[in-house]
Each structure stands twice: as structure tokens, then as C-alpha cells.
Design a protein. Structure first.
Length: 264
């Protein structure tokens, strides 16, 4: 794990959940962290909790605002010169039926979960390619591999991530740019609380599956291990991961199981 010491690692969505856990774990390894999210006060708490808070820099911005995203990237490049590992972790989920969801909600989820990360990558890629070194870690979801009720926009955004980042790897792996796509299942975070409903208001409910998911710390450790081993794609979860394999190898069973889910 000493390979992460002094590495510049930029984590979006670092104020809570998986992002916070990644920050705490990588800080123990002596990484130079850039912590981003909307809530500066929460980022300060994460920084204070890190083993080497003196190596943490806070760069707050809103992923839904492209101008803020690009300005943050410019600031980071100006201050650090380059980023060794970019973790596009920030995002927002959904809990609403497609037929009832306002188009503005679909657009917001796509902007936050897909376009914001693409904007950061387009800013950082030229430097990575020139240095022939860089690792992009993108946090997708198991519903980036299959559709599921109440997740139409969220699943669509996560599906889009796979097409974009697999293409980036195909284009630039010979220039030293690495890509790891992370597909978490149910992780114990606040993601369902902040998920958007049909009119864009927060869901405000902790899902049963989320509550019984694996810890964010366990998830973070698996991600860091995968990055160290240059894994292209990893799945993190419990029995929920079976749905990926059902869809791939036993599609009729996947469709049967999904058809029995009662959206609520």
C-alpha cells in the first residue's frame, strides 16, 4: 500500500459515504488528498478525521454546475500540476417511477452522475496522457449493469459511465492512463436519503437494503485494493451482486425477479 504515499488523489463526493471512507483510508497511507463536495463544513470534518489532515486540500463545488466543475479542475491543476488518481465518486440516486418523473430530474441526475465526471476527465486527461501516467476511478453501481424499478434516470446515467470510461481506457491505456470502474451494490450510506423523487425533492427514507448493506469502510478498502491491482471493473456487495450474473448468464431469471419487484 506504500505505492499511494505522496500520490495526489482527488475525490469527489468526499463529504460522506464511500468518498469519506476513501479519504480516511488513503490518508493513512500518506496520500495527498483533494476533497470535493458541495458542503464545505462537512468536508472540513472529513479533513479533520483524516490521519494526515495536513496533506488534505478542500476544493468545494457543485457537480450540477458545469462552470464550477471546470473552475475546480483549473484550480487543482494550477495548484498541483497533475492528479495521479481521480475518483469520480460524487453522485445522486433516484426513487421514482419513470412515467411520473419530471424531465428536469432526469437531466439533473445525468448532469451530476455523468456529465460532471466527464468534464473533470476532459480537463485532466491531456496532462495524464502527456505524463503517461494517471488513474481514473469511477463509482458506478450494479444498476449500471441492469435496469431496476424506481431507478430509470440513475441506471441510465450509470450505464453511460461504462460506455464512456471503457472507451477512454481503450483510447489511452497505451499512454499509461488506467481506468477502474467500481460497481457497488448495497452500501451503508445516506444515498437513499438524498435520492431524488419524481419532482426533485429528497426521498428522505433509508432503504432497508441500504441499511443492511456492507460498510462504507469495507467498500473503500476493496476499491483501494482494486486500484492498486489495476482492476478494470469490480463489483462490491453481498447477494445483490447475483443480479449482475443473472442478467448476463440467465436473463430469463433476471427478468422474472425484476418483474416481481413492487415499486413503492
Amino acid at each position: 500500500m506504500g505505492r499511494f504515499e505522496h500520490k495526489v488523489i482527488w475525490i469527489t463526493g468526499a463529504s460522506s459515504g464511500i468518498g469519506e471512507a476513501l479519504a480516511c483510508e488513503w490518508s493513512k497511507m500518506g496520500a495527498r488528498l483533494i476533497l470535493s463536495g458541495r458542503r464545505e463544513s462537512e468536508l472540513e470534518k472529513v479533513k479533520a478525521a483524516c490521519a494526515h489532515s495536513e496533506l488534505c486540500t478542500i476544493v468545494p463545488f457543485d457537480l450540477a454546475d458545469q462552470r464550477q466543475v471546470e473552475a475546480a479542475a483549473d484550480r487543482v491543476l494550477q495548484q498541483f500540476g497533475a492528479v495521479d488518481i481521480l475518483v469520480n465518486n460524487g453522485g445522486i440516486s433516484q426513487r421514482s417511477l419513470a412515467v411520473e418523473t419530471e424531465l428536469s430530474v432526469d437531466r439533473r441526475i445525468m448532469e451530476v452522475d455523468y456529465f460532471s465526471g466527464v468534464a473533470l476527465v476532459k480537463k485532466l486527461l491531456p496532462v495524464m496522457a502527456e505524463r503517461k501516467s494517471g488513474h481514473i476511478v469511477v463509482v458506478s453501481s450494479i444498476v449500471g449493469k441492469f435496469g431496476f424499478p424506481l431507478r430509470s434516470a440513475y441506471s441510465a446515467a450509470k450505464h453511460a459511465l461504462h460506455g464512456f470510461y471503457e472507451s477512454v481506457w481503450a483510447e489511452l491505456h497505451m499512454q499509461g492512463v488506467r481506468v477502474t470502474i467500481v460497481c457497488p451494490g448495497r452500501i451503508l450510506t445516506d444515498v437513499s436519503l438524498h435520492a431524488l423523487t419524481k419532482d426533485g425533492t429528497p426521498h428522505g427514507v433509508m432503504d432497508h437494503g441500504q441499511k443492511n448493506g456492507i460498510s462504507a469502510t469495507t467498500c473503500a478498502r476493496k476499491i483501494i485494493k482494486a486500484v492498486g491491482r489495476n482492476k478494470k471493473e469490480i463489483y462490491i456487495g453481498k447477494m445483490d451482486l447475483l443480479m449482475i450474473y443473472f442478467k448476463r448468464y440467465i436473463p430469463w431469471l433476471y427478468y422474472l425477479l425484476v418483474s416481481k419487484v413492487q415499486p413503492r
